[in-house]
Design a protein around this ligand. Sequence first.
Ligand code: SPD
Length: 292
Amino acid sequence: MKLNTTIDKNIIDGWFAEICPMWPGIALSLEIEKVLYSNKSKYQQIDLFLTTHHGKMLVLDGIIQLTQSDEFAYQEMLAHVPLFSHPDPRHLLVIGGGDGGILREAGRHDCLETIDFCEIDEEVIQVCKQFLPDLACGFDDNRVAVHIGDGNAFVQNQKQMYDVIIVDSSDPVGPGEALFEKPFYESLKHALKPGGLIATQGESFFMHKKYVENLVKITKELFDIQGYSTILVPTYPGGNIGICMGSLGPQLKIPGRQIPEKVQQQLKYYNKEIHKASFVLPGFAQKMMDEI
Ligand code: SPD
C-alpha cells in the first residue's frame, strides 16, 4: 500500500516500522489505515496516523510518541507518580509533551495553582489539538501557561519556582538531546523550590542501558533522593519505559498524600499500589542502578 507520508522509509506494505539506531536490529510495526497528517516542521518530521487496531498514533522523526490504545499508562504514571510523591504541590512545570497528555493528568490535581508548560514545537500542539482532542484537552485548564521555546533555555531563567518539574521528552536524538545532559538537570534543580522534585522520561532498561545509566548517574549526583520507576507501554521499545526521578526532600517510592477517590475513579493505570510496585525492578535492572 502506498501511503501519502514523507517518511516513506518507515512504511513497509502499509505497516509503519519504528526503525531507530537507539534500538538496533528490532522494530515495532503497526498497521496503518490512513495518514492524517504528515509534515516537516521547523524542528522535526511530524506524522499522525490512524492505525488499524490501536487508534491514532503520533510519530515524531520516525519515533512513536503515543497511540490512543495505551497512552494512558505513560501519561498517568509520568504525571501522578511525581505529583503524588510531593506532599503539597502548588507550582508545576512541564517540559515537552506537546500532545497535552501530561497536562490532562496534572489538571486532576486541584492543589496545583499554576502549571507552566514549555514546548519547542508549536506545530505538535496544533496537530494534537486538531487530531487528538482526548489528550490536547489538557491545554483547556486555565492554570496552564504555554511557553513556546527550548525547555533547556526556559528553565535556566527559573530559580526556586516549582514544587514539581516533569520532563516529557522525546528520545535523545533530535530536539530532545540536551534534555539528557547534566547541565539541564543542574538547571532543573535550581528551578525547584526547597523540598521539590523532578521526574523525567527515563527510557527502557531493556533497550537503552547507556541512556538509563546516564540519567540515573546524573540524578544520583545532584539530588538527595533518587528513584527509577517503570511503566508498561506496549507500543514503546521493549514494551516498557522508565521515569527517572530526583528529590530534594520527599520520598519517591510511596505516595506522599492521599489519592482523592474522585481522581482515582478517573484513572486506568495509576493507583497507590502501582506507585510503590513501579519502583521494584527486575534483578538485573536493580543491579544496574545499584552499581552507578
Ligand atoms: N520512545 C518514545 C518516548 C516518547 C516519550 N514521550 C512521549 C510523549 C507523550 N506525551
